[in-house]
Design a protein around this ligand. Structure first.
Ligand code: AKG
Length: 266
């Protein structure tokens, strides 16, 4: 299935490292909701729970469930995800990397801190895209915040553990400190969302989200894909998500038996 994006969409993604695409996955929202209904009752062993003492609700996140939840698998393999990814990344192929589920209960006072995704991942390269796909409508204040242009920073930002704020890797000498976003010149992109809209952003784009202070649940799927120039990168410790049995060397293309190429442009 092909979806023709406008030149402006592709330019915005290139220039800002983020773009909102309206209605692209509208027909798939019911399917993903069914998957999420099963998922919240059956989280994986690696699911993480965040909680603030001051609030009642929890924030659960979970990774890499697409092969055990048929609705997610159907979406990954049969929706326009791969085709849209190749257009945005300007890549011949789209390879599926992983899925990430973010389930914020009502009144869960835990924000998602500003961060880049790529330093947590075992990959390097410039053709990457995450699709941040809320399953319910989202006010602008509770939508993803992205710092436009931050995907062009010279160095990766030091990753930290969200719970403790400690450095994620023992050797973190290769990274730079996170810029003070409020004082920086970055324009912050943030959009109200209707079900089916998606925020597509580069793995290097700085992003974060406010806590869900509302009285309703907030559920989001993030799907991550990589393009032709992305290669495996050995990091100095465990990554998130972690693939301990991956058996790959820096510089190799990600193994396609684990990370299928879901779309190829002829
Ligand atoms: O929805 C959120 O709280 C943050 C999402 C995020 O960080 C991501 O999808 O990479």
């Amino acid at each position: 299935m092909t979806v023709a994006l406008s030149k402006t969409d592709i330019q915005s993604f290139n220039n800002d490292g983020v773009v909102v695409l309206r209605g692209v996955f509208k027909e798939w929202i019911d399917t993903l909701r069914q998957g999420a209904d099963f998922h919240i009752d059956n989280p994986s062993e690696s699911a993480l729970i965040h909680k603030a003492d001051s609030h009642q609700g929890q924030f659960l996140e979970d990774f890499c469930n697409w092969q055990r939840i048929p609705e997610y698998e159907n979406f990954v393999l049969n929706s326009p995800l791969g085709a849209v990814a190749t257009e945005l990344m300007q890549s011949k192929t789209a390879q599926f990397f992983h899925d990430h589920y973010l389930h914020k209960e009502a009144s869960s006072g835990v924000p998602t801190p500003w961060h880049q995704d790529i330093p947590y991942y075992c990959v390097q390269g410039s053709q990457t895209v995450s699709f941040w796909l809320p399953l319910e409508e989202r006010d602008v204040a509770l939508s993803l915040k992205c710092a436009a242009g931050s995907h062009k920073l010279d160095k990766e930002i030091r990753p930290t553990s969200w719970a403790s704020n400690e450095s994620f890797y023992e050797d973190d000498s290769l990274f730079m400190d996170i810029p003070d976003i409020e004082k920086s010149d970055f324009e912050i992109k943030q959009w109200a969302i209707e079900p089916g809209d998606v925020v597509a952003f580069d793995f290097r784009t700085l992003h974060g989200a406010n806590a869900n202070t509302k009285s309703s649940i907030s559920r989001t799927m993030s799907f991550r894909l990589v393009g032709d120039d992305v290669r495996y990168r050995q990091r100095p410790g465990r990554t998130s998500p972690n693939f301990p049995e991956i058996a790959q060397q820096t510089g190799e293309r990600l193994r396609a038996d684990w990370f299928p190429i879901i779309w190829t442009n002829e």
